[in-house]
Design a protein around this ligand. Sequence first.
Ligand SMILES: [Zn+2]
Length: 164
Amino acid sequence: MSACRVCNENPASLPEGLPEARFCPKCWDTRLRQMFMEEDRFYIQRVFRAADAEKYLVYHEEHEGGGTAVGQVVAVHDRLADHLEVSAFLYDRMSWEESVPFIYEQGVECEVAMIDILLGVLEAELIPSWRCHSWTAEVTLCRGEPFWIDSRDRESAPDIDTEE
Ligand SMILES: [Zn+2]
């Protein structure tokens, strides 16, 4: 068994299921804790709710102190298949491909892109709330600022069932 790549002392036994283990349990815990702290900097707020669909805004504390959304997520649930389809649109207000180094006392071990940290948040928080059997996600990196159209009323469509 090889030594842990971080502390170089304890035998490496994690991650499980890989042909070559790289970390000892102690350093692995530290790594996971750092990841959780980074995930905590994202905040997801639900802004729209329908029976089978919800829309969320994504905030990150590094962008204007979390005051302006950095992306939006739409989740649509197909009841028949019990499948959740997630679409994430990430604004270029934040550099999503920028990676965060996870630093141990012994030095830098790995880098994780912001986009992967957000996907971790979606998988840990948003998707389980749907309790669906399966899910897929499509992520779009948007360029430029989004724009909105104010609420507009539509004349109701003629009801073809009322007249015989
Ligand atoms: Zn170690």
